[in-house]
Design a protein around this ligand. Structure first.
Ligand code: PEP
Length: 248
C-alpha cells in the first residue's frame, strides 16, 4: 500500500509574515490529516525559515527547482547540497513552468533529478502534456518522452526513490481539472510503462496528480487506484484550502 503525499508548490508567492501564518495554520491542522504525508515547497529564500517553523510538525520540506551543477561559477543557482543543508527532503524538477517559461528541456530536468538524488533529496518529477498535445492524441508519447529522459540517465530503479507528478499543463492554474478517469488513465499508463521495466519499482513509486486540485475535487481524484496524492499550486497558499485537500 503506497502512502499518500500532498505537496504544496508555493511558486513565486509569499512574504515572511504570510508564510509564518500559512505554516502555523497547516501545523495546527495536521492532527486531522491522518496517515497522509504533507510537504511544502517555498521559494528558496524562505526555506531556512520554514525549516524552523515545520520542526516537530510532521510537515516535509522541498524546493521548487535545483541546479544541475554541484558548485562553482553558476550565478543565481542553488545546489542540491545547499538544499539538503538547509533541511529539504524533496525537490520539484521539471515543473511545466520551468519547461515552458524558462526553456528547460527533458535532459535538463533529468540532470536536475540526478543532482537531487545524489544528495539524498527525493525528486518530485513533473510530467504532463500541453492542451495541443492532448488534442492531437499525443499525451502518452509526451509523458513517455519526459519519463524516458530520466530513465535513460538515472535508470528505472532510481524511481523507487522519487515521486512522479502527472500535471496536465492545461489544468495548471486554470481551474480546469482533469476528471478522475482522465487522470487515472495517464497514471495507469505511467505505472504500466515503469512496470514493463521493473514491477517492484512500479508498485512502489508514488504518482501524484497536479492541476487545479481543491478541497472539492481532491477526494475523488485521490480515490483512483493509481493516484497517490497531489501536487498543489494555488490551493496551497492558504492553510484552509490546503488542509481541505490534505484531509480529503
Ligand atoms: C502546480 O503548479 O504544480 C499546480 C498544480 O498548480 P495549480 O494547483 O494552481 O493548478
Amino acid at each position: 500500500m503506497r502512502q499518500t503525499l500532498v505537496a504544496g508548490n508555493w511558486k513565486l508567492n509569499g512574504s515572511k509574515e504570510s508564510i509564518q501564518t500559512l505554516v502555523k495554520g497547516i501545523a495546527d491542522g495536521m492532527s486531522g490529516v491522518g496517515g497522509k504525508a504533507v510537504a511544502v515547497c517555498p521559494p528558496y529564500v524562505y526555506i531556512p525559515m520554514v525549516a524552523d517553523l515545520v520542526e516537530g510538525a510532521n510537515i516535509g520540506l522541498g524546493a521548487q527547482d535545483v541546479a544541475d551543477q554541484e558548485s562553482g561559477a553558476f550565478t543565481g543557482e542553488v545546489s542540491a547540497a545547499m538544499l539538503k543543508d538547509v533541511g529539504c527532503q524533496y525537490v520539484i524538477v521539471g515543473h511545466s513552468e520551468r519547461r515552458s517559461i524558462y526553456g528547460e528541456k527533458d535532459e535538463d530536468t533529468a540532470a536536475k533529478y540526478v543532482a537531487g538524488q545524489k544528495e539524498g533529496l527525493i525528486p518530485i518529477l513533473c510530467v504532463g502534456e500541453l492542451l495541443e498535445e492532448r488534442e492531437a492524441g499525443d499525451t502518452e508519447n509526451v509523458v513517455a518522452r519526459q519519463l524516458d529522459a530520466v530513465i535513460n540517465l538515472a535508470g528505472v530503479e532510481s524511481l523507487a526513490d522519487a515521486v512522479i507528478a502527472y500535471e496536465p499543463v492545461w489544468a495548471i492554474g486554470t481551474g480546469k481539472t482533469a476528471s478522475p478517469e482522465q487522470a487515472q488513465e495517464v497514471h495507469a499508463f505511467i505505472r504500466g510503462k515503469i512496470a514493463a521495466l521493473n514491477e517492484d519499482v512500479a508498485e512502489k513509486v508514488q504518482i501524484l496528480y497536479g492541476g487545479s486540485v481543491n478541497g472539492s475535487n481532491a477526494a475523488e481524484l485521490f480515490a483512483m487506484e493509481d493516484i497517490d496524492g497531489g501536487l498543489i499550486g494555488g490551493a496551497s497558499l492558504t492553510s484552509e484550502a490546503f488542509l481541505a485537500i490534505c484531509t480529503a
